[in-house]
Design a protein around this ligand. Structure first.
Ligand code: BES
Ligand code: MN
Ligand code: ZN
Length: 504
């Protein structure tokens, strides 16, 4: 182990606290959720003088309650608060979950800019009980997602947000139950962000696998880690070859959440812990920088399994993460090499930088052959071509199974991790090799990756998600702080449950 590699162990991410009750609580900040065009607010529990003052502020500031709008006022004398933040939620029945989460995130940044320790959120103007529950919990979820910090490498980290949020809601039990589900989901997102953010020298294959094991095992997930010798012994030469030039050899992580009977749904994530390109070296500084995020697909799979286990979801789901590090040395894979995959087929390595499909080939095959998956979805930061086609607004999905495509699309819209389908038909021959069964390059680039992977799924219903460009942002936005955003965790967690429901 080199001097620079700090021990990477899981740590709690949030210091904020959320609680629900039916009563009003004292606080430094009172947040009042205000539907659009509420007119004069009739807050009967307050004195006439206080009501008059608040309504006057609303009038003068022309605050309408438009969704996402905010008005902060100094609390009238006599109320047990310092400030009052009026938070517009638009027309409650029309407020999407994603928009509510975004408003929650913007509330957290507002609160974080103050020294408030206690925040009380009054939701009494959301009179429909179901809407009151879904909105309150989505707001709390958005607040939590925004308050993650990647600070383990700061010698003196800034204090994390640590406010106490008390929520006055219509139905305490329902709100608590829903919040627990979303809180478990957030924990999965944090794990994915953390794994994705880890520098290449810290988050190498074995470290990634051990981290995942430490997070997942206490939740009842059955974790198996295959080391390099086992990877070789099982014939997974395609996975093995990518890291053969590094001291840090290939691993295969298998994480099984047996929440239901029957064959499992498999999620397979690209866990290339750093991508130098190999001998097809990424020579431009801008192209090699950030390639520690090339494990984001694998991180999303670990996060989704964590979320589903944390939610005690009634699904039989298994995460498979082929782990590699694409490096050069005297032993590294060479352009033009031929490797044999687990299924016995041969692959010409036309480009060592197309390593993602090489490790996924064996991961997908393992899910089909050894885990007998009934459906497989793989997710990967696979191609620059995907970034060129869709940027980071959508990920690309390739599948011949419209039920998978539809449920992925639905899940993506719900959590705003949107997917757009690109075609497979017509591209069948683009990965033909002169000397082996197939080659890991081809044009167009995103389709070549997908067509290559399709072979390894065999007859098992399968979809491929290319999430290149989606995993990382230089600046904070909405529910995401700067850095890795945990893309894919919420998409896959919702998808698994939708797909399972559809099968029932
Ligand atoms: N990890 C990269 C893809 C990538 C590029 C992700 C940019 C995020 C941002 C992948 O391993 C890669 O290098 N793909 C090559 C394949 C090519 C050499 C056939 C690409 O797309 O350029
Ligand atoms: Mn590459
Ligand atoms: Zn890569």
């Amino acid at each position: 182990m080199s001097f620079s590699s700090l021990a990477i162990t899981p740590q709690p991410f949030l210091q904020t606290k959320v609680q629900f009750s039916q009563s009003q609580q004292q606080a430094d900040i009172l947040v009042l959720l205000v539907p659009e065009k509420s007119g004069e607010l009739n807050l009967t529990q307050w004195s006439r003088a206080s009501r008059t003052q608040i309504n006057r502020a609303i009038q003068v500031a022309e605050f309408t309650g438009k969704s996402g709008s905010k008005l902060e006022i100094i609390a009238p004398v006599g109320l047990d608060y310092g400030r009052i933040v009026l938070l517009g939620v638009g027309e409650p029945a029309k407020l999407s979950r994603a928009k509510a989460e975004e408003i929650g995130a913007s509330l957290s940044t507002h609160v974080n800019a103050t020294s408030a320790k206690r925040v009380h959120v009054n939701s009494q103007l959301i009179s429909d009980t179901a809407l009151n529950t879904s909105m309150s919990t989505a707001l709390a979820h958005g607040m939590e997602l925004r308050n993650y910090r990647f600070d383990r490498f700061k010698s003196k980290p800034e204090a994390r947000p640590a406010q106490q949020y008390s929520w006055q809601v219509a139905d305490v039990a329902a709100s608590q139950a829903r919040y627990q589900q979303l809180h478990a989901l957030a924990q999965g997102v944090f794990t994915a962000r953390e794994l994705t953010n880890l520098p290449g020298s810290n988050g190498y294959p074995e470290a990634f696998a051990n981290y995942a094991h430490e997070v997942l095992a206490p939740l009842g997930v059955k974790v198996t880690i295959l080391g390099p010798e086992q990877v070789k012994a099982l014939g997974m030469g395609s996975l093995y070859g990518v890291s053969q030039g590094s001291d840090k050899k290939a691993h295969l992580l298998i994480a099984h959440w047996p929440g239901a009977e029957g064959q499992p749904i498999a999620l397979v994530g690209k866990g290339n812990t750093f991508d130098t390109g190999g001998y097809n070296l990424k020579t431009a500084a801008a192209s090699i920088l950030r390639m520690q995020t090339d494990k984001a697909g694998g991180a999303a799979v670990v996060g989704a399994i964590q979320a589903l286990a944390g939610q005690q979801a009634a699904v039989n789901v298994v995460g498979v993460v082929p782990l590699s590090i694409n490096m050069i040395s005297g032993d590294a894979q060479l352009p033009g090499d031929v490797v044999t995959a687990g299924d016995g087929s041969t692959i010409e390595v036309g480009n060592t930088d197309a390593e993602g499909r090489l490790i996924l080939a064996d991961g997908i095959w393992y899910a089909r052959e050894h885990l007998k998956a009934r459906a497989i979805v793989d997710i990967a930061t696979l191609t620059g071509a995907k970034v060129g086609a869709l940027g980071s607004v959508y990920s690309a999905v390739f599948t011949e199974h419209s039920d998978i495509e539809q449920t992925l699309h639905q899940a993506g819209e719900l959590v705003q991790e949107r997917v757009w389908r690109l075609p497979l038909a017509g591209y069948e021959t683009i990965t033909k090799s002169r000397i082996a069964d197939r080659i890991n390059t081809g044009s167009p680039g995103a389709q070549a990756g997908a067509i290559f992977l399709k072979h390894f799924a065999g007859d098992t219903p399968w979809a491929h998600i290319d999430m290149a460009g989606d995993a990382f942002s230089d600046s904070a936005k909405g529910i995401h702080p700067e850095g890795a955003n945990g893309y894919g965790v919420r998409l896959l967690t919702e998808w698994v449950q939708l797909y399972q429901q559809q099968a029932n």
